[in-house]
Design a protein around this ligand. Sequence first.
Ligand SMILES: Cc1cc2nc3c(=O)[nH]c(=O)nc-3n(C[C@H](O)[C@H](O)[C@H](O)COP(=O)(O)O)c2cc1C
Length: 317
Amino acid sequence: MSNFSIKKHLKKNPFCLAPMDDVTDIGFRELCEEEGASFSVTELTSVEALIRNKVLKTRYEKGKLKINSVQLFGSKVQSFIDSISIVEKEADIIDINFGCPSASVTSNMSGSALLKDPKNVGKIVYSLVNNSQKPISAKIRLGYDKFSYLDVAKEIEDSGADFITVHGRTAKQKYSGRANWDAIKEIKEKINIPLIGNGDISYPKQIDLYLGSHADGFMIGRSAIGNPGIFKDFNSYYKNAEKKNEIMDTNFLKKRQKEYFKRYLLKLENRDFYNLSLKIQRQAMWFFKGIEGVSKLRTQLCKTKDIEEIKRIVDDF
Ligand SMILES: Cc1cc2nc3c(=O)[nH]c(=O)nc-3n(C[C@H](O)[C@H](O)[C@H](O)COP(=O)(O)O)c2cc1C
């Protein structure tokens, strides 16, 4: 058992980075933590792939992170148990994905498909709690097609999880509509373990809307893509009684993004990734989205796979 208390940790800083496949690689997560993310979660990782030795360690390594939450998905209890010894040395928290709506995941009764079967969710959580020394958390949506969140959250709590993260939509909804923060609040009222709320948090001023849920923490996903500075912005807004925001003109923004991107590139050096140049090109488009000249930058980046050349192009941007 570890002494780590997520509640205490989130009290100091409630804003964390959501797991996002193909986005939140180790370099990006280190950058976000340096910029004020309370912690971050790895991209979802298949327990079946892990135990067959088909996952690069880069996907779940601790690197320079203070807190590394490693997210697993699967359907078989034994496979979850077998994967623990592989990830445990790198992980400060092991998180279980009960929210992924993608057909490639749900067709194997993993991810959000498990929300149809709260007892099974409980079995998986219990198996990890019983076989791992690390804190265990679960990330859920409100249900698969129908709401099952209260039953699922209760199972997760009763099975001994340390905390729960809730994205306020069903899997069927994918990203449509608004996230249902009333449901998040309802879960918070019914359980005693800490809860992190998630869904549609985009800019600091909005946080007052979500504080009413009494969530212990707030997880930011899409708005953090290409935007590690969002954590600095949220923290300074949250801590500053006058609630002033830094005025960001285009030049300031471009300079800030260039600096972030250069730091991101440095973090990728000497690390193994599948298709590194594609990753860098994609991240560059996200980092510089909305900045004048970005389409020319895209054209230039698409012509090269050479990392040094990519650095030069970004320098000249
Ligand atoms: C590109 C992308 C990839 C995602 N990958 C994962 C994942 O690997 N694991 C997970 O639990 N959620 C994943 N999510 C869901 C997010 O973690 C988050 O719950 C969702 O985007 C809602 O938060 P937001 O409104 O702040 O974006 C992903 C979302 C996006 C947009």
